[in-house]
Design a binder for this molecule. Structure first.
Ligand SMILES: C[S@@+](CC[C@H](N)C(=O)[O-])C[C@H]1O[C@@H](n2cnc3c(N)ncnc32)[C@H](O)[C@@H]1O
Length: 529
């Protein structure tokens, strides 16, 4: 059971929703305006507070405040620890207004401005700095802005980052000036800096100018995991020179507080090693697989459970014979064994271009209304009482014939099959509006891929062709083989299948537009959808 939200968080979430709905996603993307989900913000605050000496009062700073998800989490998690100061800096005046209204009766000082061009006041230094900085890509930074950032950074750290570095790198490195000696900072930033060239200076900063305590990354293969962390790293640091023989804690998967895997890595080893994402998995060997896991590109779900396919799924002839009206019918793909093609084209009405079309009977109207207004449908539904209506799923639905809503998926996978009957797994490119039952796994592009698809509509086709070209054994390595040669892939297993960068165009290199995709996804902080 989830615990109830404090009232202030409910109010903040509603302000956040209002703001999110008022801004086109592309604009929020450009400004890096994606809020941290409540659960994650609270976990980050618990970790941050656990690093402060017991009883030490909090001096809080969020340099990219937004509506204040971290401040809200601080109020929820601080226990009886006093807050002596709290500052939030925010560039967007509309967000500033929301934050000021939300936190008017609290000690939070909401300051309007660009964090990277502000200097701390004498009493501003924070012992708890928490940030999910804007993920503004380098090519959205003007030359003038980059010049100013470079000068400020050189002044603050003596370091110069590559021109390919995103705004978050400057935020991170400029923030030390805002911290107390021994202060703790936690940053939610793209994990990309751990491996790419432009991250070198960030790594140097983390190795030399502060004490890097921990880096946690989510397991991108775990589709259950909060999307907010996929491809992001949670970096915990302390503002003090690193002690000799310092060990950095690398954790991966599970949750921030209960990771699936951990390893302590010596600072010396990190200095030598250009690719940090190999930790904690590998002690010393290079990482194995290249490519982006499907789970980073797609949200993978099972198709709908109708509660009785024989009853709810009808072919054209049956629909005509029953005289059902089109408003109660949704096109649905036939089961894999009766789907003759791997590419399903669309007719003008959105139904699949197939000789054997199938329709899902779908109606959520109350029984009395169906009886009064839709006699043909009513007669048909009555023929399912009580056999179908008393079934496990139907008897738990209201009305019993209601169906789950599920959008058509552009890519589907048959996830169960026998090798001796052809390919056990087929990937279906669906260009129609047909939905599918749970004999398929449905792949919905995550926000970043959706954006990439707008720019390159053939991308999906390339991914589809690649997946169909895979030797089933490659897929089976992720899945399972049961008795009698039955192959089966669970959604999490399918999520682990990797698509090479050449195919999906993501993670192709630091200069590529598309390399931002998995990170955008991480940052997309998909709202409640
Ligand atoms: C990724 S959001 C995080 C917001 C909030 N801290 C959270 O975690 O939900 C980044 C925020 O930084 C703001 N921002 C962008 N550029 C900024 C800048 N140069 N200085 C301060 N804030 C900035 C954006 O408007 C946005 O509200």
């Amino acid at each position: 059971m989830t615990e109830p939200q404090p009232l202030w968080e409910t109010a903040r979430l509603s302000a956040q929703r209002e703001f999110d709905e008022s801004r086109p996603p592309a604009e929020r993307n450009r400004m890096g305006q994606f809020a941290t989900p409540t659960g994650l913000a609270r976990a980050v605050l618990r970790v941050g507070l656990s690093h402060l000496p017991p009883g030490e009062p909090v001096r809080f700073l969020d340099p990219a405040l937004g509506t204040g998800s971290f401040y809200s989490a601080l109020l929820a998690e601080r226990g009886d620890r006093p807050i002596v100061s709290a500052t939030g800096i925010e560039l967007d005046p509309v967000v500033v207004d929301h934050a000021r209204r939300l936190w008017a009766n609290t000690p939070l000082d909401v300051r309007a401005g660009d964090f990277t061009s502000l200097a701390p006041r004498a009493d501003d230094h924070a012992n708890l700095l928490i940030a999910n900085p804007p993920y503004v890509r380098h090519h959205h930074l003007s030359q003038a802005a980059k010049g100013a950032l470079t000068r400020s950074l050189r002044h603050a750290t003596g370091l110069k980052v590559s021109g390919l570095a995103g705004l978050y790198c400057y935020f991170l490195m400029l923030s030390r000036a805002w911290m107390t000696d021994d202060g703790i900072a936690i940053w939610l930033i793209p994990s990309e800096f751990m491996d790419v060239n432009y991250g070198d200076m960030v790594k140097r900063f983390l190795l030399e100018q502060v004490t890097l305590l921990r880096i946690h990354r989510a397991d991108p293969n775990d589709v259950q995991f909060d999307d907010a962390l996929v491809s992001s790293a949670v970096v915990v640091l302390q503002n003090r020179p690193p002690p000799a023989e310092h060990l950095v804690r690398f954790s991966f998967g599970g949750t921030l507080e209960r990771p699936a895997l951990e390893r302590a890595v010596a600072l010396g080893a990190l200095t030598e090693q250009p690719k940090w994402t190999r930790y904690p998995r590998e002690a010393d060997a290079p990482t194995l697989d290249e490519g982006t896991p499907l789970g980073e590109l797609f949200q993978i779900k099972r198709g709908i459970a109708t509660g009785g396919n024989d009853f709810f799924v009808l072919d054209d002839a049956r629909v005509a014979a029953l005289g059902l009206s089109v408003e109660h019918l949704t096109p649905i793909l036939p089961p894999p064994r009766r789907l003759p093609v791997d590419q399903v084209n669309s007719r003008s009405d959105g139904s699949p271009e197939l000789p054997n079309r199938a329709w899902l009977v779908r109606c959520a109207l109350p029984e009395a209304e169906v009886a009064a207004r839709h006699p043909a449908l009513w007669r048909y539904l009555q023929s399912g009482v009580p056999e179908v209506s008393s079934g496990y799923l139907c008897s738990r639905r209201s009305p019993w014939y209601a169906q789950e809503t599920r959008a058509p998926a552009p890519l589907l996978c048959t996830y169960m099959g026998r090798e001796n009957r052809g390919r056990p797994f087929r990937f279906i490119l669906n260009q129609s509006l047909a939905i599918a039952a749970n004999v398929y796994l449905l792949l919905y592009p995550k926000p970043a891929l959706a954006v990439a698809l707008k720019d390159d509509p053939r991308l999906l086709e390339r991914i589809w062709r690649f997946l169909n070209s895979l030797d089933p054994k490659t897929l089976v390595r992720e899945g399972r083989v049961y008795g009698g040669g039955l192959f089966k892939l669970e959604p999490t297993e399918l999520a682990a299948v990797r698509v090479p960068h050449e195919v999906c165009g993501v993670n192709a290199g630091p200069t590529s537009e598309a390399d931002q995709a998995p990170r955008q996804m991480a940052l997309g902080f998909r709202s409640a959808s």
